[in-house]
Design a protein around this ligand. Structure first.
Ligand code: ADP
Ligand code: MG
Length: 296
C-alpha cells in the first residue's frame, strides 16, 4: 500500500484502540480466507467464575481453594483470576510467597507447606501420574458439563475439583456476524479446554463441531494454523495472548486482544486490539481491505 493509504487507516484505527505494527498487516486483510479464534479470554469474557468447589473425602472446600489460590497467585490466566476472586470472597488469605511455575495450556505447579501441588486440567494431572477417580463426582457432571474443570492434587494425590463457568463476551456475537458480512465465511475455534465447553461456545457462534478443536496445547494451535496454510488458507488468528504466542506468530495475521498489560501478545501479534472484546476486529478488517484497494 502507499504510505498515504496506510496513514489514512492508522488514524481511525488508533481511535478505536487498534495498534498496527506494520502496513503489511493492513494489506493481508484482503486475502484472509479463515478466522481462527482462541476461546478463553478471546471469545469469552475472561471474567470466569468459580461455580463450585468439590473436595475429595477428607478435604474441605476452604482447603482446596486455599491451595489452588495460592498456586495461582501470580498467574494472569482468567482461570487463575477466578480462583483468587473466589478465595477473596470467602475471606481466604492467599500467601504471597512461593515459587509457583506456570505450564502453558495445562496449569500450575507449586510447593505448599512443603508438599508438591498441581492445579490444572485432567490431562495435566494424568500426565503427572496422579491417580484420578474415573469420573470424579459423576453425579455432578450434568450440571457442570459446560464448565471448565480444574483439578487439584497434593503430594500426587487428587484432592478436589473446581468448576468454573465462562460465557461469551457481550461483543462477540455481533463481531462475528459483521465479519460474515464482509464475506469471510470460514471460522474455527481452538482451545485447550475440553470438548463440551468448546462445543457449547462454538454453537453459540454457529461454528460447526468439525471446526472446533479442544484439548490443544499452545504448540498444537500453531500446528493447526500451519496445516491450514499448507492447504492454501490465509489465516487470521485472534488470541488473548495467554498461551497463544506461537499461534499469533504463525498466522498470516495475528491479532492480540485486551492486551494492555500483556507484553507477550505485543511481541507476537501484528495487530493489538486494546479494548476487551472483538468489536474492533471487523473495523480493522474493513480498514485493511480499503487500504489495499487504494493500490489495486
Ligand atoms: P484456551 O486455549 O481456551 O485459551 P488455555 O490454553 O489457556 O485455554 O488453557 C487450557 C486448559 O489448561 C484450561 O482449560 C485449563 O484446564 C488448563 N489451564 C491453563 N492454565 C491454567 C491455570 N493457570 N490454572 C489452571 N488450569 C489451567
Ligand atoms: Mg486464551
Amino acid at each position: 500500500a502507499t504510505p498515504s493509504a496506510v496513514l489514512a487507516a492508522i488514524g481511525p484505527a488508533a481511535k478505536r484502540g487498534i495498534l498496527i505494527k506494520s502496513g503489511k498487516f493492513l494489506e493481508v486483510c484482503k486475502q484472509i480466507t479463515i478466522f481462527v479464534f482462541d476461546k478463553t479470554g478471546t471469545l469469552t469474557s475472561g471474567e470466569m467464575k468459580v461455580t463450585s468447589v468439590i473436595p475429595e473425602k477428607g478435604h474441605t472446600e476452604e482447603e482446596i481453594l486455599t491451595i489452588a489460590a495460592s498456586a495461582e497467585r501470580s498467574s494472569p490466566h482468567p482461570i487463575a483470576k477466578s480462583i483468587r476472586e473466589e478465595a477473596r470472597k470467602r475471606g481466604i488469605q492467599i500467601p504471597q510467597v512461593g515459587t509457583a511455575r506456570h505450564i502453558p495450556g495445562k496449569g500450575v505447579e507449586d510447593i505448599w507447606n512443603g508438599m508438591p501441588i498441581l492445579v490444572g486440567s485432567r490431562e495435566f494431572l494424568e500426565e503427572r501420574s496422579v491417580p484420578l477417580p474415573k469420573k470424579p463426582h459423576s453425579n455432578q457432571e450434568p450440571t457442570h458439563a459446560n464448565e471448565t474443570e480444574v483439578l487439584v492434587a497434593q503430594n500426587n494425590e487428587y484432592i478436589g475439583t473446581l468448576y468454573i463457568s465462562d460465557t461469551l463476551h457481550t461483543d462477540t456475537r455481533e463481531a462475528v456476524t459483521s465479519l460474515k458480512q464482509i464475506g469471510v465465511y470460514k471460522y474455527a475455534l481452538v482451545t485447550g479446554d475440553h470438548t463440551n465447553v468448546a462445543r457449547s461456545i462454538a454453537a453459540e457462534l454457529h461454528i460447526p463441531d468439525d471446526m472446533t478443536f479442544s484439548g490443544l496445547l499452545p504448540q498444537d494451535k500453531e500446528t493447526y494454523i500451519a496445516r491450514l496454510q499448507e492447504q492454501g488458507e490465509v489465516v487470521c488468528f485472534i488470541g488473548d495472548g495467554t498461551n497463544d504466542g506461537p499461534a499469533l506468530v504463525r498466522a498470516d495475521l495475528g491479532v492480540g486482544i485486551g492486551s494492555r498489560a500483556n507484553t507477550l501478545a505485543l511481541e507476537s501479534s501484528g495487530v493489538i486490539l486494546m479494548e476487551k472484546g472483538l468489536s474492533a476486529l471487523p473495523l480493522f478488517i474493513r480498514l485493511g481491505r480499503k487500504t489495499s484497494q487504494t493500490i489495486a
